[in-house]
Write a protein that binds this ligand. Structure first.
Ligand code: FES
Length: 193
């Protein structure tokens, strides 16, 4: 295992309890193993991920397979990440709120990464799935609860995130983090720890 992988596995130990409880669904068909990354977490009841899953430090996702208006969730090194295919209404809502009273100010564009052609793809939002309060995994469209601002809701203590993953209400201090990721083709992204 690489040094990076070891750190990820350590982080996994800290988050595994919350993650197991809160992770509901993953569209595994959209996720490809990248390097040692073997990411598959189909059911909340799944027990401890295999050692190679804990060690994973990257995952490749075919974003064309994410249904509009929904998301998929992947685990990398035991940490959750969301890949959301936003609707035009959700995108417009995110842009409209760029200048709202934001606890952790950031424009929606600043939270997107460029595709290979240098353009942004506002339909696809990639965020960490770890609430910035105490580390629960928020629920979202797949669980039928997107909170008061249409993004995600963390039921642990009531944090609401908007359609850009920005914190809007509740105790969480920061936006959902944007992970390191790159487009490797028009439809594939590679997320790295
Ligand atoms: S961990 Fe999310 S609101 Fe407390």
């Amino acid at each position: 295992m690489s040094e990076h992988g070891s750190k990820a596995a350590t982080a996994d130990a800290a988050h595994a309890g919350e993650t197991r409880r809160d992770f509901i669904h993953i569209a595994a068909a959209t996720v490809a193993a990248g390097g040692v990354a073997a990411v598959a977490w189909p059911f909340v009841q799944q027990l401890a991920p295999a050692a190679d899953t804990r060690a994973a430090s990257t995952a490749e996702v075919d974003v064309s397979k994410v249904p509009e208006g929904s998301e998929i969730r992947v685990l990398i090194g035991g940490l959750p990440f969301f890949i959301r295919h936003r609707t035009p209404v959700e995108i417009a809502r995110a842009k409209a709120d760029d200048h709202a009273q934001l606890r952790d100010p950031a424009t929606d564009d600043s939270r997107l990464h460029k595709m290979l052609d240098g353009k942004l793809n506002p339909a696809i939002l990639v965020t960490s799935g770890t609430c910035t309060h105490l580390g629960c995994v928020p629920v979202g469209p797949a669980q039928g609860n997107t909170g008061d601002f249409g993004g995600w809701y963390c039921p642990c203590h009531g944090s609401h995130y908007d359609t850009s993953g920005r914190i809007r209400k509740g105790p969480a201090p920061k936006n959902l983090a944007i992970p390191k990721y790159d487009y490797t083709s028009a439809t594939m992204i590679k997320i790295s720890l």
